[in-house]
Design a protein around this ligand. Structure first.
Ligand code: MN
Length: 262
């Protein structure tokens, strides 16, 4: 979807949940700049696991900032969530075509999609009727994703994704090594990997950490399976959370059919 002759370049808003100074957002903004006009609007501090929260109880600021490596791109930091950044960014930069969120330092697979601030940035775009794409890559304490290696893959995946119409929201995860290819996947839901672990603070008081446990036995065709196999995982998502089978069954249930309040 590179702009052709006479066409206006795409307006691409780039956000994330790791904060505006994360190397992941710089890598994504550089790729996006080859596809259209880019503006970066992102949280001033890390907002991982903020999900789709928006800030409704205090005002938000929108401050121009310099991001290393992005001298030619307008960048703004917001004291809010990824959702705030997309609301504010698309209001103050009219006619945004596309919102990219990431590249997250860490995967967003399976149940993690419910908590992901990275995905929430893209989801907020879809709620506004725009296209949203979330991008994530594996990371751990000792190793950040190799964005220099991933860059060309990110560009290829985005170009191909933008050629597919009617995909308002897509969650993309890259594998830890240079990808073997791509797979359209579904969300892996077999296990919930969240867990609460108790500990003690220096005063001897009990506190709790919310953490994750490794998920075993992944199912073929899922997002987690694809990246384990070394492929880029692309999961199309929808905003309608309705369980349509459940709805149909519930409507057929006699006890509800017979229930009258008046
Ligand atoms: Mn994050």
């Amino acid at each position: 979807m590179r702009s052709g002759k006479g066409e206006k370049p795409m307006r691409i808003l780039v956000t994330n949940d790791d904060g505006i100074y994360s190397p992941g957002i710089a890598a994504l903004a550089k790729v996006a700049a080859r596809l259209g006009d880019v503006r970066v609007v992102a949280p001033g501090v890390e907002m991982s696991s903020a999900s789709a929260a928006i800030t409704a109880s205090r005002p938000l600021s929108y401050k121009r900032t310099d991001v290393p490596g992005l001298a030619d791109i307008e960048c703004y930091r917001v004291n809010g969530t990824p959702g705030d950044c997309v609301m504010l960014g698309t209001t103050l930069w009219e006619k945004t075509d596309l919102v990219l969120s990431g590249i997250n330092l860490g995967t967003n697979l399976g149940n993690a999609m419910w908590h992901s601030g990275t995905l929430a940035g893209a989801k907020q775009a879809a709620l506004l009727g725009l296209r949203g794409i979330a991008l994530s890559a594996p990371a751990n304490d000792n190793e950040e994703p190799r964005f220099d290696i991933l860059g060309p893959w990110v560009e290829t995946v985005l170009e191909r994704l933008l050629e597919v119409p009617d995909l308002p929201l897509v969650n993309v995860n890259f594998p830890s090594k240079p990808p073997r290819g791509t797979h359209w996947t579904r969300q892996s839901l077999r296990h919930y990997d969240g867990r609460v672990v108790p500990g003690q603070d220096p005063m001897g008081r009990t506190h709790y950490w919310f953490t994750v446990v490794p998920v075993e036995a992944t199912e073929e065709g899922t997002d987690r399976w694809a990246i384990e196999q070394g492929y880029v995982s692309m999961t199309p998502l929808r905003l309608d959370l309705t369980d349509h089978d459940g709805l149909a069954k519930a409507r057929q249930t006699q006890v509800w059919k017979n229930l009258r309040f008046a």
